[in-house]
Design a protein around this ligand. Sequence first.
Ligand code: BES
Ligand code: ZN
Ligand code: MN
Length: 497
Amino acid sequence: MPNFTFSTKPPQSVRADVLVLPIFEGLEPGPGVRPVRGVDLVALYEAAGNKGKRGEYLIVPNAGLDGVEASAILLLGVGKRDDAGPDACRRAIGKVARQLSKRARVATTLPQIAGRAFDEAVQATVEGVLLGAYRFDRYKSNSNDDTPKLREVAILGGARADARSARTAINRGQVIAESQMWARDLVNTPALDLPPAELAREAQKMARQVGLKAKIWSEAELKRGGFGGILGVGQGSVRPPRMIELRYENGSGAPIALTGKGIAFDSGGLSIKPADGMEWMKSDMGGAASILGAMRAIALLEPRLNVIAAIPSSENMPSGSAIRPGDVLTHRGGKTSEVLNTDAEGRLVLADALAYLAEQGPRAIIDTATLTGACMVALGDEVWGAMGNDRQLIRDVLAAGEAVGEPGWELPLYEPYRKLIDSEIADIKNIGKRYGGAITAAFFLREFVGDIPWVHLDIAGPAFSDRVGDYWPKGATGVPVRTLVRYVLLQAGTRRR
Ligand code: BES
Ligand code: ZN
Ligand code: MN
């Protein structure tokens, strides 16, 4: 992991292998470009066919650049001047992060484009450098060909920049990006190597490293505790379920409660999925991974409040011991559900965890889950769906997501649809009609939170990407780790310190 520093030195006088300077769409030079003498950087950039679009770059070797100490300048298109905020920084530098990691020392003025949002832009720049260089090559037998060489990244501020707040932003960006990459690793790991017990071990190891309390619920303990959903979904697999309970304690008052869907692999169970694309279902613990990543970051950033997480993990497999369509499960707290489709399993495991968290009397509950294909159909693969029972909480979480470049959009819990999950023989059934599938899934979850403020994030789209993005390769994205951390930090008021 490279070392990030902050400095108010003039860009020309910084020693580095490459100095990254921004340029806006329309070829308007960004901070640090004009002072460079001896060559017309903007003209060179334009001559190479660039317009300043986000990520369009040109490397100019330092052959006679007057007074410039860096060995090369990388002119980096950042898009429109009007959009020059933290997200533009994250995306622009994310796109060249692989280029940068071939060098040892990098310096950049990039966050200065964001003006008064400088600190946020510093954080986003650090995130972009790290997240954009992320690769999952653990399973490549010769992965050392392009080992990253990046050792030092100097973030350059204008003369009046506040060094102390910039260093806080650097630290925050580093912790959050590392946590998000760790979540990506969990999601990208093949299900063969990450059964519920192994996910729990990884969580426990992380908890020890960052100082969280951890309790892993065994199958027997889940049985004694009445967690019929987690057990029912897991009973078709030879690899038994777990529940991961983590506690972060650093304040007084009711905790924020978090949970995430942790299906180690979703074959659909007896209501088996088609073969096409089933390999993606190793990512069906993306919700769990995002909560674990967020808990890691929270523990390291030390906001003054309490957070509790209870993460259910089962593997959904078809077998002689699997649950059948028509079976009825009894959840934690006693509510029953009729399982009419074993592929609607996420809500069954989350129900138990939500009921357990509601017992703890939290101030709010947030769950994240790769819950429905219907949500992907509605919002596409970059936007998560938000549904909940509390306007303020929904607003706060949507605002957090927007601020960190992980956008969500609200879908309505339209009350007349609630009856779609009425069951003939149990309290509720686990599927509705064909339409409105994201909403009926959320109604199912709502049954288990009582009157506690709650919001559900359906991340089926953004958790996993089938194409390269600005700062993510194909595969796991780690969404919405940044959103969760932002929300929790704001609740503690630490961002205004
Ligand atoms: N894990 C899936 C949802 C999913 C599908 C996530 C595609 C990411 C990509 C979930 O368990 C599921 O199978 N949902 C069903 C529900 C249906 C049976 C009511 C779905 O969306 O089709
Ligand atoms: Zn699933
Ligand atoms: Mn499923």
